[in-house]
Design a protein around this ligand. Structure first.
Ligand SMILES: C[S@@+](CC[C@H](N)C(=O)[O-])C[C@H]1O[C@@H](n2cnc3c(N)ncnc32)[C@H](O)[C@@H]1O
Length: 305
């Protein structure tokens, strides 16, 4: 990918900042570096940042266009493994802003947007491992398997019809499979009367394939269970999700942690974590007007007591 300019606008950043004590220097984990939007703002407030991204090209672009900063520690890694390098109680703040950045959408050449019809259907954040999603589909043993994957990761009701045709079309060739090929298959798989919903259906299919090829839910689950031990007392975990399945995982975990009660030696009930956001924090209409990508964002915050 050659990023031409940083087009990514950080989502819900004012809300994120409102949960950070700006009166002191915090040690922050940014597990989804992307265009460096969050990290840059954290650095500008004098905080120390440990950041990672699976996509080496986003890191290269940032390093080529910004002066080095001794308070920034930036790695090409998965947030689920990078977090385990740190000792317990290391971070004041831990953030994830899930999914892909606008830079990847526009410049990655990996088919993240179904509007980039000439790109191969790859959808990996990290192209140094695994195979493009069309090749992963080719390796499945049946269309039924693909149907289950599409349904599990998107809830799309035409998953099985789409899977039968997509599997057959990809198996029928040993060549690259492009975004335009996949769109044609999806369009031909749904009844004509649902064609006016094609964009939502394509979004769901793309979401399912992206989640699957990157093992997104596996890494999120792993991250959730390892990250909170890395928080200091009064430390805060903040996660921005962009779809209801991700948000459900985050909410379920944060609820469970905040409902855990411990009885101390004196018989008093203690709680280790508090769910700060009883409801998800959503972008304002102003934010949605200036940044359409923010429209499906949901922020959840858990605090260690
Ligand atoms: C929405 S963008 C983050 C944008 C960033 N907050 C900003 O304001 O510029 C998400 C980034 O997370 C990266 N990513 C996705 N899954 C990841 C994972 N499991 N580990 C590390 N990075 C990941 C993607 O490559 C993408 O660059």
């Amino acid at each position: 990918m050659t990023i031409k300019s940083n087009t990514h606008i950080p989502v819900l950043i004012n809300d994120i900042m409102s949960f950070i004590d700006t009166g002191k220097q915090n040690t922050i984990f940014d597990g989804t570096f992307g265009g460096g939007g969050y990290t840059n703002i954290f650095l500008n407030h004098g905080h120390e940042v440990y950041a990672c991204d699976l996509d080496q090209t986003t890191i290269d672009f940032f390093q080529d266009n910004n002066p080095s900063n001794t308070k920034l520690h930036l790695e090409n890694d998965n947030f689920s493994s990078y977090i385990s390098n740190f000792e317990d109680g290391f971070f004041d703040i831990i953030t994830l802003d899930l999914g892909y950045s606008s830079n990847q959408l526009e410049y990655s050449n990996r088919g993240f947007s179904y509007q980039n019809v000439d790109e191969a259907l790859d959808l990996r954040y990290d192209i140094s491992t695994g195979v493009p999603v069309y090749q992963k589909i080719r390796k499945l043993s049946s269309a039924d398997e693909l149907g289950k994957i599409l349904f599990r990761y998107s809830g799309e009701s035409f998953s099985h019809r789409i899977a039968i045709n997509l599997y057959a079309a990809i198996k029928a060739t040993d060549k690259e499979f492009f975004v335009c090929d996949a769109i044609r298959v999806v369009e031909n798989s749904i009844p004509k009367k649902f064609l006016h919903k094609i964009n939502s259906i394509l979004s769901r299919v793309w979401q399912a394939l992206r989640v699957w090829v990157n093992d997104e839910f596996v890494h999120l689950e792993l991250f959730l269970t390892t990250s909170i031990s890395k928080l200091k007392q009064n430390g805060v975990l903040m996660i921005v999700s962009f779809n209801s399945l991700e948000d459900k995982m985050v909410t379920k975990y944060m609820r469970q942690m905040s409902q855990k009660k411990i009885i101390d030696d004196f018989g008093n009930t203690q709680q280790d974590y508090i769910l700060i956001t009883k409801k998800a924090v959503l972008p304002s209409n102003d934010e949605i007007d200036t940044n359409r990508r923010s429209r499906s964002a949901m922020l959840r915050v858990l605090k260690k007591l």
